[in-house]
Design a protein around this ligand. Structure first.
Ligand code: CFM
Length: 532
């Protein structure tokens, strides 16, 4: 996109809005050393954003997928209903969690009424907890607050504490009222803090004989992505200790500290826990991306380097060769159709970057990439974190100031069962504890956009004529009415997995179908119509 086109796109805005929105849009220029973008600031009132709220980020994203807890939504029924089952985070029974201990399909809410708003909802909440315990006997319960709870001042912590003593099970309360931040990103942070403070590390310690025990942080098993990643890692010889939080149980999360290494898939939603576990336990973390064949290859190789074990490196290459021999011929067929096509990716805080790789495997280029609620580090890389301005909104969320655990802390090289020298050598080959963000994977003239709205999306579609738009359900049908195929990249519509090798085939099939269906020949974009 040219500066001129951007000017056309923004010219409708009043001056103040124009000035604001300009800072959230960057045309990539690789000659410039460090290009900036503004992110994680308030949406301008009047602009219809695609963002969610803090409650969505806490309950809907991070806490909700924990399968063996009953998640109580304290608030009016609508908030519970809209966070119910729509994210397609799959869960199943396993050796530790029988089918009757899985509550993922439930929608549990205190259904606050006007009288509760006037007289307070604490008693109703306490009663609800008693009913839940009596009916389901869960291992643990979460309570998530919605906006009115904070406004009337119900003390969730006190209710949870009293109920915990009454029933003898863990009850976590999250003050994740929708207004706590500028987007769901605030809710991720609130969830990370409580899980770190009250759950992680409360299980038994690591068996010192476990050498290849890993956690996958920031993977939510949407459309079964997590299971496909687990399959590949298991074939190589790793043992997945816990996927946080896709298909996870509270029992697994309690022993998260046992792992030798943390992998981070979605940086935005879980980087806090990765960093805090490094501080408290010394466990190193590696940013990975299991979306796209080349990306999987790179992630698996970097992971093998981290352990520096010859057998593991050999098995990694065997699995890569076996899987690529199986899927590449299929991908090549789809590539014939997809090659040279362009796409926009506009998703929450991680996928716009992750899917660039899979689309490139198919010969496609992402010409516009954006996030709804990411922070500058997701665009520009973690080196910018110290320079990010703290504003009134970000100040709202407490930072946990952790110190190394007196008993459980070990240096990173001890976690990886190697000498300090070997660890330092590995650290030169792979960047542990770092994420480079989206910019390095973008080309000149491509657009990076933060908190994009329908007006901007429509203008860019008109000028850049993408073959496919990846976004959420709020954009999907609107984009299709413009005559452009659109795929949901949040819940994958009804499909998945899209991660790993099987996922690459599913994705290639779905997007090829989306672009080649004859229906698009019957749709005329509004700007192509002759106005009479
Ligand atoms: Fe991470 Fe996610 Fe995403 Fe996200 Fe989300 Fe999501 Fe997303 Mo929807 S945790 S940031 S808050 S990868 S629900 S599974 S798809 S917006 S890009």
């Amino acid at each position: 996109m040219s500066e001129e086109t951007m000017g056309d796109m923004l010219e409708k805005y009043p001056d103040k809005v124009l000035k604001n929105r300009k800072k959230h849009i960057t045309i990539v220029d690789t000659n410039q050393a460090c290009q900036q973008i503004e992110a994680n600031t308030r949406t301008i009132p009047g602009i219809i954003t695609q963002r969610g709220c803090a409650y969505a980020g806490c309950k809907g994203v991070v806490v909700g997928p924990i399968k063996d807890m009953v998640h109580i939504v304290h608030g009016p029924i609508g908030c519970a209903f809209y966070a119910w089952g729509t994210r397609r985070n799959k869960a199943r029974a396993d050796d530790n969690t029988p089918p009757d201990k899985i509550y993922s399909s439930l929608c549990v809410s205190t259904d606050m009424q006007e009288s509760d708003i006037v007289f307070g909802g604490e008693k109703k909440l306490a009663k609800m907890i008693d009913e839940v315990v009596e009916t389901f006997h869960p291992r643990a319960i979460s309570i998530c607050a919605t906006c009115p709870v904070g406004l009337i001042g119900d003390d969730l912590g006190a209710v949870a504490k009293a109920a915990q003593e009454r029933h003898g099970i863990q009850i976590l309360s999250f003050n994740c009222e929708g207004y706590k931040g500028v987007s769901q990103s605030a809710g991720h942070h609130i969830a990370n803090n409580n899980i770190m403070e009250y759950v992680i590390g409360t299980g038994p310690d690591r068996d010192p004989d476990e050498k290849y025990l890993i956690n996958i942080l920031g993977e939510y098993n949407i459309g079964a992505d997590g299971w496909e990643i687990e399959r590949i890692l298991g074939d190589i010889g790793y043992k997945v200790n816990c996927i946080l939080t896709g298909d996870s149980s509270i029992l697994n999360i309690r022993k998260l500290h046992q792992a030798n290494l943390n992998l981070v898939q979605c940086h935005r939603s879980i980087n806090y826990i990765a960093e805090m576990m490094e501080t408290k336990y010394g466990i190193p973390w590696l940013k990975v991306n299991f979306i796209g064949i080349e990306a999987v290859r790179r992630s698996l190789r970097e992971l093998a380097i981290c352990f520096g074990d010859e057998d593991l490196i050999r098995r990694t290459e065997e699995v890569i060769a076996r899987e690529e021999a199986r899927v590449m011929p299929v991908i090549e067929q789809y590539r014939k159709i997809c090659e040279g096509k362009t796409a926009f990716t506009f998703v929450g805080g991680s996928r716009s970057h992750h899917y660039m790789h899979l689309l490139r495997d198919l010969g496609m280029e992402v010409v516009v990439a954006g996030y709804e609620f990411a922070h500058r580090d997701d665009y520009e890389g973690r080196q910018v974190i110290p320079s990010i301005k703290v504003d009134a909104d970000s100040k709202n969320i407490p930072e946990l100031h952790l110190t190394p655990d007196a008993e459980k802390f070990q240096e990173a090289h001890v976690h990886l069962n190697m000498s300090k020298e070997k660890y330092e050598d590995i650290n030169k080959k792979v960047q542990l504890g770092y994420y480079e963000g989206m910019i390095p994977d973008m080309k000149d003239g491509e657009v990076m956009i933060d908190d994009c709205n329908h007006h901007e999306l429509e203008k860019m579609i008109k000028v850049l004529k993408p073959d496919l738009v990846f976004a959420g359900v709020r954009d999907k049908y609107y984009v299709q009415k413009l005559g452009v195929p659109a795929k949901q990249l949040h819940s994958y519509d009804y499909s998945g997995p899209y991660a790993g090798y099987d996922g690459a085939i599913n994705f290639a099939r779905d997007i090829t179908n989306a672009m080649t269906t004859p229906v698009w020949k019957l749709v005329t974009a509004p700007w192509e119509k002759q106005i009479q």
